[in-house]
Design a protein around this ligand. Structure first.
Ligand code: GDP
Length: 462
């Protein structure tokens, strides 16, 4: 006989009889590693035995894992099979990065352990993974800003940035009559600036949809730019129309994202290319630190209170900040990377006055592309990593340089003296994904992905 609770599955929003649905948000700025993270997480959940620190999987409580149709019919499906095929091809290559929101459902059959667990039968945990660009998350900060505040803030923030020179040199009369062609030119030059700013490692790149416009490309809602506020702008002026478009962007782009995706998330992982930022230097590190505060602010209960009351948001319960691509470093340095990201999180929590969700910070590699090697150089032993270079296909060993022993040296450069960490070698350390040979004793093909999964969903799998 079937119980109704066993038949009714696939509904979102928590426990339904013996089934439960957990929505896991995966975000991070472009190239942070979202696509690789999700592909590897799902592959390792489906093919268990390579996640020793995911306790439910290691203990055997997870009896089966399988893909199922996702609950949201209008959201694109995360292209798991295509991405996995890229990573496991004879000549493995990195998959196409996240460009949009997408979703995938993995269902796990779990036999709860312990005294009470043994009395109940197995239950199914539906893990709905929602992949979305971090650029869109940072857009939530626009919701409580007026066009005047946003424009002034952006123009102040980008002053002096080399990549903003062309935009800042634009001749614009905000009080003049609105001109569509001029608006398009300004939006285009501003978008070019945003791309250059992202490439330079800046994360304060709003509006995020300008970077990943999808089918909205060229629409009025994406055709505005920050301009100086004139004294008393008339109706029909450049300022007024841009202001109207900014408000439309908030209402028609940011709010639907909030309502349809963000407001439903239970658990969140924020991926950060912290090593890339450290390599780029103190300004990029400071920018990442600010972005972490902005992310936490977006998740702060109350901050989005008026939207929460409109859309019935529930609180995200756990947020993990994970520094990705840790396989660029020998494991001896991993504790330093973890210490840095932990200190950044502590600081971001303080700045955002954040409380509520459980937070954690880790350093991980969703897919290990290197092996470790210690070589002698000038009489010194150097802990290197060896991998296949993406450009040439040649194998090479690199010493990326040292991370500071104390995060304060990196995070308080004024006090400690600004310094660039990680050497020149780091720049060329662009590795191809390693072919997966999983011989006994070779260890898992990831670094602490299982620990990340344990923090994010482990409590559901026991
Ligand atoms: P997304 O834009 O956040 O979806 O980023 P991707 O997942 O596409 O990753 C961007 C790039 O980062 C990849 O093409 C790889 O070059 C690199 N990358 C991502 N994850 C890893 C990892 O675990 N190890 C290494 N070595 N490189 C990674």
């Amino acid at each position: 006989m079937l119980r109704i609770s066993e038949v009714v599955s696939g509904l979102t929003g928590g426990w339904i009889g013996s089934d439960v649905t957990v929505r896991l948000g995966v975000t991070g700025l472009s190239r942070a590693g979202k696509t690789v993270f999700i592909t590897s997480l799902v592959a390792n959940l489906l093919d268990r035995g390579r996640m020793p620190q995911l306790l439910g999987a290691a203990s055997g409580a997870v009896q089966a894992a399988y893909l199922q149709p996702q609950p949201d019919d209008t959201v694109p499906r995360f292209e798991y099979e295509t991405h996995l095929a890229a990573l496991t091809a004879d000549q493995p290559h990195w998959p196409q990065s996240t460009r949009n929101v997408s979703q995938l459902r993995v269902s796990l059959k779990v036999q709860p352990t312990g005294l009470l667990g043994n009395l109940s039968g197995p239950r199914v945990v539906h893990l709905d993974i929602v992949d979305y660009p971090g650029e869109w998350l940072l857009d939530l900060g626009l919701l409580d800003k007026s066009y005047a505040q946003w424009s002034a803030g952006v123009l102040e923030g980008i002053r002096g940035r080399k990549c903003a020179a062309e935009f800042l040199a634009q001749d614009v009369n905000p009080a003049a009559a609105f001109d569509e062609v001029r608006a398009q030119e300004l939006a285009a030059v501003y978008t070019t600036y945003l791309h250059a700013a992202r490439a330079a490692g800046f994360s304060d790149c709003t509006p995020g949809r300008f970077l990943l416009p999808g089918e909205m490309e060229g629409s009025p809602v994406l055709t505005f730019a920050p301009i100086p506020q004139p004294d008393s702008p008339k109706r029909g002026s450049m300022w007024r129309e841009m202001e109207r478009r900014f408000e439309a962007y908030k209402k028609q782009v940011v709010q639907p994202f909030f309502r349809d995706h963000f407001a439903k998330i239970d658990r969140q992982v924020v991926l950060l290319d912290a090593l890339g930022a450290i390599h780029r230097g103190p300004q990029a590190v400071e920018d990442m630190r600010r972005a972490m505060g902005d992310v936490l602010r977006a998740f702060r209960p109350g901050k989005v209170g008026f939207l929460a009351s409109l859309f019935g948001v529930h609180r995200v319960e756990r947020i993990l900040f994970a520094a990705t691509k840790a396989d660029h470093l020998h494991h001896r340095q991993h504790p330093r990377l973890t210490a840095i990201i932990t200190a950044m999180l502590r600081d971001a929590r303080d700045r955002a006055d954040f409380s509520g969700a459980l937070t954690s910070a880790m350093s991980i590699a969703a897919l290990r592309a290197t092996v470790e090697e210690t070589i002698e150089h000038d009489g010194k032993r150097l802990d290197c990593v060896r991998g296949t270079l993406l450009d040439s296909g040649k194998q090479a060993a690199f010493y990326p340089g040292e991370l500071p022993d104390d995060p304060a040296k990196l995070l308080s450069p004024a006090r400690e003296g600004a310094q660039n960490w990680l050497g020149e070698d780091y720049k060329i350390m662009s590795f191809a994904p390693a072919a997966l040979h999983l011989k006994p004793g070779e260890g898992p093909p990831h670094i602490r992905l299982d620990k990340a999964a344990e923090f994010l969903i482990g409590d559901y799998l026991r």
